[in-house]
Ligand binder design. Structure first.
Ligand SMILES: Cc1cc2nc3c(=O)[nH]c(=O)nc-3n(C[C@H](O)[C@H](O)[C@H](O)COP(=O)(O)OP(=O)(O)OC[C@H]3O[C@@H](n4cnc5c(N)ncnc54)[C@H](O)[C@@H]3O)c2cc1C
Length: 489
């Protein structure tokens, strides 16, 4: 166990002032509470913890406001005192976006929960930002709707976290990503003012104000509610498991399906490594194929037509329908995390999701795998394509490095990230598809946006947050000089 003493308790005066806002029971200042909120699900924090190292950055104190006015009062206090804050949803982010750098007030938003209104005519839901994703979806289902945003982390994330991270759900190819669903937002700005971006189908009124906050990862303000598009629970759903003899054939087929205007809900094409793990229950002759899972949902006749059209296109691309088992097996674990066994074994395990244009695929797949394995020969590398567009796709890669001493494993892990992100940009792709930037990816933000692009984001941030209190050090934006970047090293 590394001997890092927890930082000293927060000043009594600060705790008293916060307690006057949120109530004494909602100010958490014990070592245990501050330890729990020091990190999110970023693997680097997990590696250190599993070897008995305490987090290096600890928040000063955690508060749990109950409503918008309490959020505003806490931000006003933090702004006046110049204390940094970290907005905290459910802490399921995987890049350190909600992790502490040391000394912040963590603002846990989970008490801002519940659906404020479902509009049955417009098909919209106004929801509090701290609402748990699975509870939100369950309540919508009871009302006959679905949100359509179904990330693997549904039960361990909040609606505000989806918006703040610019997330994508497993049915995104039909329902869109979170930015396609956000019609309006309420945001508390760092000085405590409430910005009300009224919900509209669209507007032609200058730059997109909501777009500043979608994907802002807590650096611009605190999202307190969102109005999202919702859909009626589909009347019909058809699931397909199909196999392709080649990866090229599978990718070409997905491109053709999207460019023909079909909109499958679930689309998952697996490379050879991931297919092998998911075809074990099939006949031996089918286990060498590249597995692809598809589902279509909506009105029965449209679903039947989409399925028939897709099957024809699959046949033309050299694919064929398989037994349904792989689809059901995926469905049974679709909201579970499958990394614990590798963490327990001491492996360095991570996922990297990037966007590639179709013209860069499939050779981009081989180039990204080669980039990773040049740095870490023999590393496990698997990939799938689970969010597809008429113009490109998300390549989601899973990496596992063998157990190694902490510093060595971390260094190798970082080098693999660097190699993959640089190769991705060289291929014309984007460095992140839906996990966001957090702390870990900040170093490639300039590569992604160019110096001018990053300057624009930083200038917007400076205007909204001149004191730099909002989640400093995240999104590749400079942290205040006093704030130490402990995770990014
Ligand atoms: C097993 C697993 C599977 C995952 N699968 C998916 C997936 O399928 N799709 C996907 O998109 N992501 C996925 N993720 C990543 C993660 O779940 C998402 O990024 C999620 O949207 C984060 O939500 P959260 O409430 O946990 O946010 P947190 O982790 O608490 O916070 C994330 C960031 O948003 C900021 N933030 C949170 N709430 C607010 C708010 N109300 N206002 C302003 N800023 C805020 C935080 O400061 C932080 O920067 C997965 C993660 C895990 C561990």
């Amino acid at each position: 166990m590394t001997e890092i003493a927890p930082p000293s308790a927060p000043p009594e005066d600060l705790v008293r002032r916060l307690a006057r806002i949120v109530g004494a029971g909602n100010v958490l200042s014990s070592d245990l509470d501050r330890f729990v909120y020091a990190r999110d699900r970023a693997p680097f924090g997990t590696y250190r913890l599993r070897e008995g190292h305490l987090p290096e950055g600890w928040p000063c104190v955690v508060v749990r406001p109950a409503d918008v006015s309490e959020v505003a009062d806490v931000l006003r206090l933090a702004c006046e005192a110049g204390i940094p804050v970290v907005p905290y949803g459910a802490g399921s982010g995987v890049l350190g976006g909600a992790a502490s750098l040391g000394g912040e007030i963590v603002i846990d938003l989970k008490r801002l929960s519940g659906i404020i209104e479902i509009d049955r005519v417009d098909h919209t839901a106004n929801v509090c930002a701290g609402m748990n994703g699975a509870l939100f979806e369950a309540e919508l289902r009871r009302a006959g709707f679905t949100c359509g945003h179904l990330p693997q982390s549904l039960a361990m994330s909040t609606v505000g976290g989806w918006v703040a991270c610019r997330g994508a759900g497993q049915a995104s190819s039909r329902y869109g990503k979170i930015e396609d669903m956000v019609l309006g937002l309420e945001v508390v700005l760092p000085d405590g003012r409430l910005l009300d971006i009224r919900p509209q189908s669209r507007r032609s009124t200058g730059p997109d104000l909501a777009g500043i906050f979608v994907g802002s990862e807590g650096t611009m303000g605190i999202i307190v509610s969102a109005t999202l598009r919702i859909w009626p629970v589909p009347a019909a759903r058809r699931n397909l498991a199909v196999g392709f003899a080649s990866l090229e054939g599978g990718l070409e087929c997905l491109r053709a399906i999207m460019q023909a205007g079909l909109r499958p809900a679930v689309v998952r094409l697996y490379d050879a490594v991931e297919s092998a793990a998911r075809t074990q229950s099939l006949d031996a002759a089918d286990r060498d194929l590249f597995l692809c899972l598809l589902s279509f949902e909506g009105p029965e006749r449209i679903v039947a037509a989409e399925e028939a059209e897709a099957l024809e296109m699959i046949g033309c691309a050299g694919g064929r329908r398989l037994a349904d088992a792989p689809f059901h097996e995926w469905e049974a674990v679709r909201y579970q995390s499958y990394s614990p066994q590798h963490q327990a074994a001491g492996r360095f395990m991570d996922t990297i999701e990037v966007t590639l244009p179709w013209h860069a695929l499939p050779q981009g797949y081989g180039r990204l795998r080669a980039a990773a394995q040049r740095v870490a020969p023999g590393a496990h590398f698997g990939a799938h394509w689970s969010h597809v567009y008429p113009d490109g796709a998300c390549q989601y890669m899973t990496l596992r490095l063998d157990p190694a001493p902490l510093a060595e494993g971390e260094a190798l892990h970082r080098s693999v990230w660097d190699a993959v992100e640089r190769e991705c940009v060289a291929l014309g792709g984007a460095i992140a598809h839906h996990h966001g930037i957090g702390l870990l990816r900040g170093r490639w933000m300039e590569l992604e946006h160019g110096a001018a692009g990053l300057d624009v984001i930083a200038a917007v941030k400076r205007t909204i947050d001149p004191r730099g209190i909002m989640n400093p050090g995240k999104l590749g934006l400079p942290a205040a000089a006093t704030v130490r970047n402990s995770i990014d090293g």
